[in-house]
Design a protein. Structure first.
Length: 295
């Protein structure tokens, strides 16, 4: 296949740069013709992808973590090329949660390349968020509250891979603070003293099984709310999030929906797909079958 690869040299705290040549060699050995573009990060990546001519390519690959995927996919959806090829992922980032729902793990570059097949694709959903600025798509999760604080801490430890998020949880658990939160899902209104609200398009966030019932093919988003809980119980309950059992805790509220609004008493940071994108309030809708991906 003729592939256009958007590669983030800085993914996984710079480890991606060391893997670049071997990844390109694997692609070429598999018979693919590769055009490589190094990403500039953030909105610059989105702008680059949105303006490039995608005609003639048989596949687009985003090489990096979930943030890179989000940036590339946003540009892909903004791109006005008439015939857009499927989007694939080379999982070389810190988290790579999205690709877990496709059956792969971080670092399985060879396995992903071996699976690339123009005849094996699927259309997946995306979340569309608007918090007063330019609307943006997310493909994995969008978090508010404790989960956003964890992301901020994890960014300092990305060289440790997924373990960075575990460090973030334990550190932020020492400074637990709830926030008066109003959640509206498809017209139903709920009020919580919440530690966090997580809106999931996929089951995983990092290596945590956040939303066991989520599917990026059902036209729904899964909302998980953690209500007030003390630090001791949070730490005791922590292993449950690895298996999905946390959803049965009395402090956890879950619901599915298509139209979601989150507002908080104080403006709280929003973290879609491990990135920072402004603050609450935020209005989220699901975009069914938004993008075609290699399955």
């Amino acid at each position: 296949m003729k592939l256009l690869v958007f590669y983030n040299d800085y993914a996984a705290n710079g480890r991606a740069r060391k893997q670049k040549e071997s990844a390109l060699d694997l692609l070429k050995s598999a018979g693919h013709e590769v055009t490589l573009i190094l990403t500039l990060g953030g909105d610059k990546t989105t702008q680059t992808v949105s303006k490039i001519d995608l005609e003639g390519f048989e596949g687009i690959l985003a090489a990096g973590g979930d943030g890179t995927i989000m940036q590339v996919a946003n540009g892909y959806l903004q791109n006005t090329s008439k015939n857009k090829p499927p989007l694939g992922i080379l999982p070389i980032g810190t988290g790579n949660a999205f690709i877990r729902d496709l059956g792969f793990q971080t670092g399985q570059i060879k396995e992903v390349i071996e699976s690339l097949d123009a005849k094996k694709t699927k259309w997946v959903d995306a979340g569309l968020a608007n918090n007063g600025g330019d609307p943006f798509y997310f493909f994995n999760i969008l978090g508010v509250g404790f989960v956003s604080d964890v992301t901020l801490t994890a960014m300092k430890f990305k060289f440790l891979g997924n373990f960075a998020y575990t460090i973030g949880i334990f550190y932020r658990a020492l400074f637990l603070q709830t926030e008066p939160t109003i959640l509206e899902v498809d017209g139903q209104i709920f009020e919580f003293d919440a530690l966090f609200v997580e809106v999931s398009n996929t089951q995983y966030t990092a290596n945590f099984f956040m939303a066991p019932t989520a599917s990026f093919e059902d036209g729904l988003l899964d909302v998980t709310v953690l209500k007030k809980m003390n630090t001791f119980k949070l730490m005791k309950s922590f292993p449950k999030i690895l298996t999905g059992e946390h959803i049965h805790l009395p402090e956890v509220f879950t619901i599915q929906g298509k139209d979601i609004k989150i507002s908080t008493k104080k403006h709280k940071a929003i973290t879609p797909d491990g990135e920072l994108k402004g603050k609450t309030p935020v209005h989220i809708t699901v975009q069914s079958k938004a993008i075609e991906v290699f399955a």
